[in-house]
Design a protein around this ligand. Structure first.
Ligand code: A2P
Length: 338
């Protein structure tokens, strides 16, 4: 077993890390950190645990540590669910101290020597880890993309063989993506908020890095344009998105590509039986009905129409955040980077 810790373990994504790691076959969760407000207290006493998710009793009595390298002495992998502005320095310090950092924070995603990985889409980008090591870092940082970007890039993976020059996307994003205190109830009920800070830029930039080509120690960005419009809707979990991909192929051929899709990875515990689930029903996927497919790790795709236009939906805090990061850590272990 490999000892692991979670930075920012009390937050909306931190909780999902704890949920996924409490009973993991390869990783033993030993350390939970949060702000000074929570440090020194029992996890069960400080976390505002989601009522609709069973609480992992085995972790409840762990004392929360302050967020610093000295709290992480007995761990080899640390998962980061910190706010980006806090994550930046803390993650660098952890990597400098020899830890493998699997981060959900945005701070280091676009750095040229930091892999930005969706295991089913670009597992070969992990080779950038060698660059970080060549530069004298004992450990390394690997990041997963923004929640909407993960769902979209995975949904686009089966289309890569067709080639495309232009992607447009309009998202309908759940409130859990904004963190526990993120969206006031009085602001989101009976409403749609047509703005999520930095989300459109993240989708537009991160997609090109993830779907780019690893060549001689760097990533050549994908040669297409992404244009995004992002919106917050009163859904608890599950980001839905309408995607227009410039693919000039018959609808039936595209559907077939989804049905036949097999990812380039295997044998990872958090990997879902189906990374992408194609749905033929005219009114699916829907967040309430489809977000928990394969423990929240499957992206559901449907309504494929001429163009190509389609709908993709995935669990934003599992597939789009904590689950993505845990899957990255499993990939790192299976490819012997640790
Ligand atoms: P705490 O619960 O003690 O405030 P969310 O994204 O849901 O708001 O969660 C943010 C996470 O990051 C929480 O675990 C929070 O801990 C932690 N956090 C926030 N600010 C700091 C800080 N300055 N130093 C360390 N951890 C922090």
């Amino acid at each position: 077993m490999i000892n692991v810790g979670v930075l920012g373990a009390t937050g909306a994504v931190g909780q999902r890390f704890v949920q996924l790691l409490a009973d993991h076959p390869w990783f033993r969760l030993t350390t939970l950190t949060a702000s000074e407000r929570s440090a020194g207290k029992r996890y069960r006493d400080v976390v505002k645990w989601r009522l609709d998710v069973p609480f992992p009793e085995t972790i409840g009595d762990v004392l929360v540590s302050p967020t610093s390298v000295s709290s992480l002495k007995d761990v080899d992998i640390v998962f980061s669910a910190l706010p980006a502005e806090i994550a930046k320095d803390v993650e660098l310090a952890c990597a400098g101290a020899g830890l493998a950092v699997c981060s959900n924070a945005s701070s280091h995603r676009m750095e040229p020597d930091v892999p930005l990985v969706v295991p089913e889409v670009n597992p070969d980008h992990l080779a950038l880890i060698d660059l970080q090591r060549d530069r004298g870092r004992d450990g390394f940082i690997v990041t997963n993309p923004n929640c909407s970007t993960i769902i979209m890039t995975l949904a686009l993976a089966p289309l890569c063989g067709f080639g495309f020059t232009d992607i447009r996307v309009a998202t309908m994003q759940a409130v859990s993506g904004a963190g526990f205190e993120g969206v006031p109830a009085m602001g989101i009920y009976d409403n749609v908020i047509p703005y999520i800070g930095q989300e459109e830029q993240k989708m537009e930039m991160e997609t090109l890095k993830i779907m780019g080509k690893y060549e001689n120690g760097s990533i050549r960005p994908a040669p297409f344009q992404v244009s995004a419009s992002c919106h917050r809707v009163p859904v608890l979990d599950g980001h839905t998105m309408a995607i227009w991909a410039d693919v000039r192929e018959p609808v039936e051929k595209v559907k077939e590509a989804y049905i036949r899709y097999t990812p380039p990875i295997s044998g990872l515990p958090t990997q879902p039986k189906e990374s992408i689930h194609y749905m033929d029903e005219p009114d699916r996927p829907q967040p309430r009905l489809d977000r928990n497919r394969c423990n929240g790790m499957t992206v559901s795709v449907g309504r494929i129409r001429e163009g190509i236009r389609f709908i993709a939906m995935g669990h934003n805090t599992i597939r789009g955040a904590a689950g993505a990061s845990v899957l990255n850590a499993e990939l790192i272990c299976s490819r012997k980077y640790l």
